[in-house]
Design a protein around this ligand. Structure first.
Ligand code: SF4
Ligand code: SF4
Length: 322
């Protein structure tokens, strides 16, 4: 049983829960790039940014969504029969069209239940803290051996502050190493209580120029940089991460400004340059949205190495890929 199918089974329990319930899109086990050791990443749905290069577009909206993978569809018609809203219609011999405006998510989900070809999946389930951590604990043995743990990501995990606080607190109570992967675009009042339950903060800095930041992500960077200074003042280990996107934020001046800002902080272990890739592009299609960076090719490895070399004189340790 796939993870996505398996955690559907949690939904009834979460529906009756009185403890905090959050909207989770997925789990990624055996990650080695999102904090120390081997980790499980918990993806929380909802994000205030609209980054053009987003690799997890299914995590942007704070509500469950349907993903349709046309290549998987065998045209069996089961979903048409099952849909109580009659919002699915045939679209060619091996395809369907879904009128999402008429769809009855989150209450429904009948189409996914009958789609054995896995062409329709629902992204986003309401889970309790215990349900999330039971999934995370499946790999406890690997965390113990590698110094790993759980990383809360998204989306923007601080977009669900009450749930994130409960998750982080409960994870620490279970003896798990905890990390958060954040854009920093959140109210500091919501971020501060969570910090007491974190071991590492992975903090994205996407561009140093406020106007360009707004153009690329939809929001200004002032609050993001302010919050980064505040996290640093708490003394928590931080890794600053720059998603390196050709033509958008890879200008030498921007990279030097980023490194200079980070050099002014006291608890940043490294500045990680994360080369742009296109693995998230198919998900834009599955959501029936246009990919904003269509036609943008990733850097060649030598280009990334050359960009990292620009920061050789910085006192900050610079890595490629984290
Ligand atoms: S979730 Fe329900 S209402 Fe929405 S498309 Fe699927 S079957 Fe129809
Ligand atoms: S149930 Fe799945 S495979 Fe069958 S028509 Fe619907 S989407 Fe395609």
């Amino acid at each position: 049983m796939t993870l996505r199918k398996r955690f559907q089974l949690y939904a009834p329990k979460a529906a009756q829960a009185t403890e905090p319930v959050g909207l989770v899109s997925d789990f990624q086990r055996f990650s080695i790039h999102d904090g120390p050791g081997i980790r499980t990443i918990v993806f929380l749905k909802g994000c205030p940014l609209r980054c053009q290069w987003c690799q997890n577009p299914e995590d942007i909206l704070p509500r469950p969504e349907l993903l349709y993978i046309r290549n998987n569809c065998i045209g069996c018609g089961k979903c048409l029969e099952a849909c109580p809203a009659r919002c699915i219609t045939a679209d060619g011999p091996r395809g369907v069209a879904i009128d999402k405006a008429a769809c009855r998510l989150p209450e429904c989900g009948a189409c996914q239940a009958v789609c054995y070809a896995n062409a329709i999946t629902i992204c986003g389930r309401h889970l309790t803290v215990d349900e999330v951590l039971e999934e995370v604990e499946l790999d406890r043995e690997f965390y113990d051996r590698s110094g790993g743990g759980v990383t809360f990501s998204g989306g923007e995990p601080f977009a669900q502050p009450r749930f994130l606080l409960a998750l982080a607190r409960a994870a620490k109570a279970r003896g798990l190493d905890t990390a958060v992967e954040t854009s920093g675009c959140a109210d500091w009042e919501a971020m501060l209580p969570v910090m007491a339950h974190l071991d590492t903060v992975l903090y994205d800095v996407k561009h140093m120029d406020p106007q360009t930041h707004r153009r690329l992500t939809g929001v200004d960077n002032a609050r993001i940089l302010d919050n980064l200074r505040r996290v640093d003042a708490l003394g928590l280990p931080i890794r600053v991460r720059v998603p390196l996107v050709p033509g958008l934020n890879d200008a030498p001046e921007n990279l030097r400004r980023t490194a200079a800002f980070v050099a002014g902080l006291s608890h940043v272990a490294a500045l990680d340059l994360l080369p742009y890739h296109r693995m998230g592009e198919p998900k834009w299609g599955q959501l029936e949205k246009d990919y904003p960076l269509r036609g943008v090719s990733p850097h060649a490895r030598e280009e990334v190495v050359a960009l990292a070399a620009l920061l050789e004189d910085s006192p900050v340790r610079v890595t490629i890929g984290g």
